[in-house]
Design a protein around this ligand. Structure first.
Ligand SMILES: [Fe+2]
Ligand SMILES: [Fe+2]
Length: 482
């Protein structure tokens, strides 16, 4: 077998990184473990810790068969440390060290930079578990409940993945960072999580689907960029995390689609012709399309902020150093050093949006964000097909990148979803048209009643086309134990 394909399942921590022969790191992780379990019990899914959940667990890193499905109690989930197989003779693919052998140890000069990137990535993983911890109480079906928990346990594993790197490669500082990852709390006034979108509430299941579609997709883009890293253990870690991440986005993508399906189906059955007749649609107990659009506006714009400033010396430094690459760097056909290249950036100058050419190295955050927007567009096209097929003249769309931004070029202006600049008073007068308001939130909350009978679904969401692991429609994905 290629290096790294063997997973050891004997000890407390399943792994393919030879923990058995690395007493120092094994000890450090075993010491960290009880704190993690305490965190999971305190801040993980509320009310379902004793229930049996039909979950997949990573048992290997072979793309053809890396997971097995079974019933588990979540606190007993096997959170393992799994790295994608090493690529023999891998070289640093970009930046000023391009072509040199990939690093197997942390290069001293980039220690602080690498640690920071790993901690920021690591912090998002437990944050999303915290944000989603109340959703179990209102799950629209056992199928959805199981998907929520699957996402949650895997975000927990992603935390393990980053904590392993911290313990293995960053000494005392790494250990302290690993502790702090268990101490920050999403939305906490004094010790919040590090990034804005991970301190927002996920109050209902439409938000959950939007979050897994839009915000987990930011995770995908960040992992893709780090998977290119010249620091090989980070690259291998992120490559394996991406296999799990795909399911998280599937949950969001199919979740939103099922909401849209149910809405247009109910509208058609009731003979409603105007999708903007919100009161008539809501009387049917489904979520009207304009409200779905508003939720999209919110989650998309919050997620764009995660890419940071469009123009960034940090991003340039990380690329130059060979630490964080571009999306699919290995598939790009250029010199991979970008010294003389330029890149167009939409900027806000004197209150107007203008495109400017800037050095490509300084625009790498934006470039990743542009790749993200393109990737995020694919689901919207699918959702619109459902609306079109039902015969409705309504299309969902991603808002303009200047809409409702808190970081970067557009943080100091107001724009509508089409990108028209608004004055402060215009924004205040109209923001309820663009973003979910209190009455939208109250309506959605009123729909959030749990459905726990196998094969049954809440009235605002269509059943999925297929079960998980090919299970039949009435499969009991969660055996609830109160
Ligand atoms: Fe994750
Ligand atoms: Fe995720």
């Amino acid at each position: 077998m290629p290096d790294g394909m063997n997973v050891n399942y004997d000890g407390l921590i399943p792994n393919n990184v030879d923990l058995n022969t690395d007493a120092r790191v094994r000890k450090a992780l075993e010491t960290w473990h009880p704190g993690y379990i305490d965190w999971w019990k305190d801040m993980g899914p509320e009310g379902f810790q004793e229930s049996l959940v039909y979950l997949r667990t990573a048992i290997g890193v072979d793309p053809k068969g890396w997971a097995k499905f079974d019933y588990v109690k979540m606190p007993e989930y096997k959170w393992g440390i799994l790295l994608a197989p090493a690529v023999p003779d891998r070289k640093i693919p970009f930046g000023k060290h391009k072509g040199e052998p990939a690093w197997q140890e942390v290069p001293g000069e980039y220690r602080a930079l690498l640690r920071r990137l790993i901690v920021v990535q690591g912090d998002t993983e437990p944050a999303s578990v915290e944000q989603q911890r109340h959703l179990g109480a209102t799950a629209p079906s056992l199928y959805d409940l199981r998907n929520l928990f699957q996402v949650n346990v895997e975000e927990g594993r992603h935390l393990w993945a980053m904590v392993y790197l911290l313990h293995k490669y960053f000494g005392t500082e790494g250990r302290e960072e690993a502790e702090e990852l268990l101490q920050r709390r999403s939305g906490h006034a004094d010790t919040p999580r590090m990034l804005g979108a991970f301190n927002e509430a996920t109050p209902d299941w439409l938000s959950f689907f939007m979050f897994t579609y839009f915000t987990d997709r930011d995770g995908k883009m960040q992992l893709e960029a780090l998977a290119q890293s010249g620091f090989d253990p980070l690259s291998r870690t992120c490559r394996f995390m991406l296999t799990e991440e795909a399911h998280h986005m599937f949950v969001g993508d199919s979740g939103v689609q099922r909401v849209v399906e149910r809405t247009v189906e109910a509208m058609k059955a009731a003979g409603i012709t105007d999708p903007h007749d919100v009161a008539a649609v809501r009387a049917l107990g489904v979520i009207d399309l304009p409200t779905i659009q508003k939720k999209m506006n919110l989650h998309f714009s919050l997620t764009l902020d995660l890419f940071g400033n469009e123009i960034s010396t940090n991003a340039a430094n990380a690329f130059n150093a060979g630490i964080k690459g571009r999306y699919r760097e290995d598939k790009l056909d250029d010199d991979h050093s970008l010294i003389d290249a330029t890149y167009p950036v939409l900027r806000c100058i004197d209150g107007k949006l203008v495109e400017e050419q800037v050095p490509a190295l300084s625009a790498l955050n934006l470039r990743l964000r542009n790749d993200y927007v393109q990737d995020a567009q694919t689901g919207v096209v699918r959702w619109n097909r459902v609306i079109e097929k039902a015969g409705y003249d309504f299309r969902l769309s991603l808002p303009h990148v200047a809409f409702y931004r808190h970081i970067g070029e557009f943080a100091n202006i107001h724009a509508d979803p089409a990108g028209n600049i608004l004055s402060e008073s215009e924004w205040n007068a109209r923001k309820d048209e663009f973003l979910p308001n209190d009455s939208d939130a109250d309506y959605i909350t009123s729909l959030m009643v749990p459905v726990a009978e196998p094969g049954k679904y809440a009235g605002w969401i269509a059943p999925p086309k297929m079960g998980i692991d090919n299970k039949p429609g009435d499969f009991e994905y969660v055996q609830i134990v109160a």
